[in-house]
Design a protein around this ligand. Structure first.
Ligand SMILES: C[S@@+](CC[C@H](N)C(=O)[O-])C[C@H]1O[C@@H](n2cnc3c(N)ncnc32)[C@H](O)[C@@H]1O
Length: 209
């Protein structure tokens, strides 16, 4: 397996010592991208927020600084990520402001209409049934709640070579602007907004329930 394949495999489901290194790196390297995406919404201080595919837990931590009178949950299907994200947010968990659970986006362990915001940073490439999974996200959003997708990769001719290399070395799926819009539309999201930072290949979609 190539070094790139190994890394992308760890991005899909970080585990073990190598996964820990990848997660620590992602906590750093996704910080700016995540801030760029989160700026597209107005997270109020009493919001209830879910971060799907929370990895090392830095986004969960950051969401608490926005929803500082609310609650923030993180889920990940990697039990190691749940442990690392829990360590990262230890004090906030003890204070009852953060909950981290092991779960897949396929079946979110929450009742309907619970969250004001759901974030998905650098994770939808790996979701097994994107159209169904995006509907499952909508189920747990309150009416008027927002789903925020933040990715540093979308299908675009400018990054064709690099992106093809990623696809060849992993089973990640790289979606185009239109595909993402169609998924959100098909799931019934309203007021769908998109922003890209073309020079970086960054994309952010926001859809409202
Ligand atoms: C590239 S990492 C991004 C982690 C974190 N969001 C960040 O920005 O640093 C992708 C994360 O999504 C998680 N993930 C992938 N598929 C998932 C699924 N079906 N359900 C829940 N989490 C998933 C992985 O375990 C991994 O932690």
């Amino acid at each position: 397996m190539s070094e790139l394949a190994r890394r992308l495999n760890q991005c899909k489901k970080p585990v073990g010592d190598q996964g820990k290194l990848v997660v620590e790196d992602m906590n750093e390297s996704h910080y700016k991208l995540t801030g760029w995406g989160l700026d597209k919404v107005n997270i109020l201080e009493d919001s209830t927020v879910l971060d799907i595919g929370c990895g090392g837990g830095r986004t969960v931590n950051r969401l608490v600084s926005l929803a500082n009178k609310g609650k923030v949950c993180g889920i990940d299907y990697s039990s190691d990520c749940v442990r690392w994200a829990s360590d990262y947010n230890k004090e906030l968990i003890e204070e009852g402001r953060v909950f981290i659970k092991e779960a897949s986006v396929e079946k979110l362990p929450f009742e309907d209409n619970k969250f004001d915001f759901v974030t998905a940073v650098e994770t939808i490439y790996f979701w097994p049934h994107i159209e169904e999974n995006i509907k499952e996200v909508k189920r747990v959003l309150k009416k008027g709640g927002k789903f925020i997708i933040i990715n540093e990769i979308y299908d675009d001719v400018k990054f064709k070579e690099r992106n093809e290399e990623f696809i060849k070395n992993s089973d990640m799926k790289i979606y185009s602007k239109d595909e993402l819009k169609d998924f959100l539309k098909a799931a019934g999201y309203l007021n769908i907004q998109m922003e890209v930072k073309e020079q970086n290949n960054w994309i952010c979609y926001v859809g409202e329930k």
